[in-house]
Design a protein around this ligand. Structure first.
Ligand code: ZN
Length: 289
């Protein structure tokens, strides 16, 4: 019994740890790496110089969750629990969000857009103070949060397909499928000019929301082809047998969606990094500091 309980705790820990990663470690590295090579001008030269560092630290915020109870809900935003699509009239500040919905609900439903705005200020301050080496990990982390908001299952209550018979789709799609089929991302040929970061985040939320149905549909198609035993194991994290064509079918039906969202994330991460430098007064970067 004790063993069972212990195993259950380990499973719960793994489960919680795995959810809401946004993109697996590899996905975050690809997005930050491609974004770092996408920005123009002297700040672009700085980012490109540190592209490997920015990529390497892309997954960091997922590791912060185990030491900080407030970290987890910064990575997602269950928009459909806050409002109906297209999510007009969402509050303009996190304080207003908390006042309207309560702290406990916000911690369950996520605050990603608001945290991106808050975190951008931190990055802007560091750049303003020309703390070039100290800003690298925060830049990488900002890229992580922006990328997470592009993951369609990060903006819906049904984040793991648990409400529609698609339980387990979150991990299979963002980690197993992405790691198997998406090995590189192009640089963003152009990136968005950000004027109002919160308005931009809400636009990302709407785009992600409209894409989430593609993933659930792809999972339903791929899942229906599997023997019952595999259908059961899809709910957990155990690797699938090599004979299973689940990931292949999932990719066939939703690979374009994954690529599109990751490429949009790349452009947007570049846009947010540029926005921070611009807001900081465009100081000349020093890669030696
Ligand atoms: Zn994350």
């Amino acid at each position: 019994m004790g063993r069972w309980i212990l195993n259950s705790y380990i499973f719960i820990f793994l489960a919680v740890g795995n959810f809401a990663h946004g993109w697996g470690s590899e996905g975050h590295k690809l997005i930050n790496g491609a974004a770092a090579r996408s920005v123009d001008g002297e700040f672009g030269v700085f980012l490109a110089y540190f592209a490997d560092t920015l990529a390497e630290h892309g997954p960091d915020p997922d590791n912060w969750k185990k030491d900080d109870d407030n970290e987890g809900y910064r990575h997602y935003f269950d928009a459909d629990l806050y409002a109906d699509y297209p999510f007009a009239n969402l509050p303009e500040t996190e304080q207003q969000l908390v006042a309207e919905f309560g702290q406990e609900n916000v911690q369950q439903r996520g605050n990603c857009p608001y945290y991106i705005v808050e975190y951008s200020h931190k990055v802007i301050e560091l750049i303003k103070n020309e703390q070039w080496s100290a800003v690298l990990i925060p830049l990488a982390a900002l890229g992580h949060y922006v990328a997470d908001l592009h993951m369609p299952l990060h903006v819906v209550e049904n984040y793991n397909g648990q409400l529609t018979g698609n339980k387990g789709v979150h991990f299979r799609w963002e980690v197993s499928m992405v790691d198997k089929y998406i090995k590189n991302l192009p640089q963003a040929p152009s990136y968005p000019v950000i004027d109002d970061p919160l308005v931009t985040c809400f636009k990302i939320v709407r785009e992600s929301y409209t894409a989430h149905g593609i993933i659930l549909r792809a999972d339903s198609i791929a899942r229906a082809e599997q023997p019952l035993k595999i259908q059961q194991s899809l709910k957990g994290y155990a690797p699938l047998p090599a004979s299973s064509n689940y990931l292949e079918l999932l990719y066939q039906e939703s690979g374009d969606c994954a690529r599109n969202r990751m490429e949009a994330a790349t452009a947007m991460v570049a846009g947010f990094w540029y926005y921070c430098w611009d807001q900081a007064g465009r100081p000349t970067p020093n890669s030696g500091d």
